[in-house]
Design a protein around this ligand. Structure first.
Ligand code: TXA
Ligand code: MG
Length: 351
């Protein structure tokens, strides 16, 4: 299949809407990451998403809408959901709600709940309006790769597999939406994102964060969000996170880089903008400003993809405090590192 990459404009958006209505797949920008869309009510179209991504069939999809009226046929909407939609839609918040029958089980991976979100990106909204359909869309990466934050990332993963990619430039947020379940006793964040726990709590009161957000699943533990079960966001090289006091971390990165390089590994560091000069000899990748987790969120996935392009096999990274948007960064970075973490002072003690 020939894959067209077209700048998002009225004619290409109209073409995309026709393809979607005809059961085909289209990649499009959202404010979080690029999505790979299909008509959510067309089982075969939905199945072709799983084939194009190489995605396990038990990992459910998010249904995207542009008008709340579309939810009538999709899910039950409760009072908390309504208040959250008032506060955060359109925007990077996905709600898990009880599913209605019209939604195929191919979308929900046989769950009785469904994920719904109204994106704010103007191209996504125009496309949803033009086709008038609810669009099931996971991130437009091959399964296991970091989510795409540019049209080029989508092309790198999907060339020859889908007919059209709409190019709307780089994504604003850079990490996938916050996934919040409203189906349990207490609302629970299954995947942290740009809409933070405190922002949610300001609207609906107590919100929990799923235990597996900052650690691997325990043996036998059921994943609340099936996507969490899979190796995710991983570059091909081995990532190790370095924690500790700022000066210790910089010195530890220098030593670890020197040691791994001496052993013959292609080695680099992921560090804050402020430390790029100090680590100039360590093949630094700038992950953003130290005190600005949103900046790190914005750059993280592009950086992880660069590491693969450069065939790095050993990577050492700084970390951000797991608060606010930093929780979303550490959820993704933790998984990229398979939660391998080292204390800087232990490195400096020579251990
Ligand atoms: O920002 C985003 O959310 C992007 C853009 C394209 O909208 N989409 C995205 O989709 O990240 P995806 O498929 O890569 O991630 C969806 C996550 C998965 O981890 C999945 O497990 C969870 O949402 N999910 C979907 N339906 C669910 C359900 N019924 N119950 C629990 N988790 C669900
Ligand atoms: Mg994904």
């Amino acid at each position: 299949m020939n894959t067209q990459l077209l700048p998002a404009a009225p004619p290409s958006i109209a073409l995309a809407a026709r393809l979607l209505a005809g059961g085909q797949l289209v990649a499009f920008p959202t404010e979080t990451v690029y999505g790979l869309g299909a008509n959510a009510l067309d089982r075969d179209a939905v199945l072709s998403i799983f084939a194009a991504k190489g995605r396990p069939a038990d990992n459910p999809l998010i249904v995207h809408i542009h008008d709340r009226g579309q939810l009538d046929g999709i899910c039950e909407v409760n009072d908390a959901a309504r208040r959250l939609m008032d506060a955060f839609w359109p925007g990077p918040l996905t709600l898990i709600l009880p599913r209605k029958e019209a939604v195929p089980y191919e979308v929900t991976a046989h769950l009785e709940t469904v994920a719904v979100r109204m994106p704010s990106h103007p191209v996504a909204i125009s496309l949803l309006k033009a086709c008038g359909l609810p669009i099931a869309a996971p991130s437009a990466n091959r399964s296991g790769k970091p989510s795409p934050t540019s049209a080029q990332h989508v092309l790198d993963d999907m060339d020859g597999r889908i007919p059209l990619i709409l190019d709307g430039g780089a994504c604003d947020v850079g990490l996938e939406s916050t996934v919040l379940s409203l189906c349990g006793d207490v609302p629970c964040i299954l995947r942290p994102g740009g809409i933070t726990q405190s922002m949610l709590e300001a609207v609906i009161g107590k919100v929990e964060v799923a235990g597996s957000v900052l650690r691997p699943l325990h043996k036998g533990e059921k994943a609340l969000s099936p996507g969490m079960m899979y190796k995710h966001y991983s570059p091909d090289g081995q990532v190790t996170l370095i924690e500790g006091e700022e000066a210790d971390v910089v010195e530890a990165l220098r030593r670890l880089h020197a040691h791994a390089t001496a052993e013959g590994h292609r080695t680099c560091v992921m560090c804050f903008t402020e430390h790029v000069d100090a680590l100039a000899d360590c093949h630094p990748h700038d992950i953003g400003r130290q005190d600005d987790a949103s900046d790190v969120a914005h750059r993280l996935f592009a950086t992880l993809r660069d590491l693969d392009d450069e065939k790095m096999d050993v990577i050492f990274s700084e970390v951000v405090p797991p608060e606010g948007v930093g929780l979303a960064v550490m959820n993704r970075l933790g998984r990229a590192a398979a939660f391998r973490t080292v204390r800087a002072e232990e490195v400096l003690c020579g251990r």
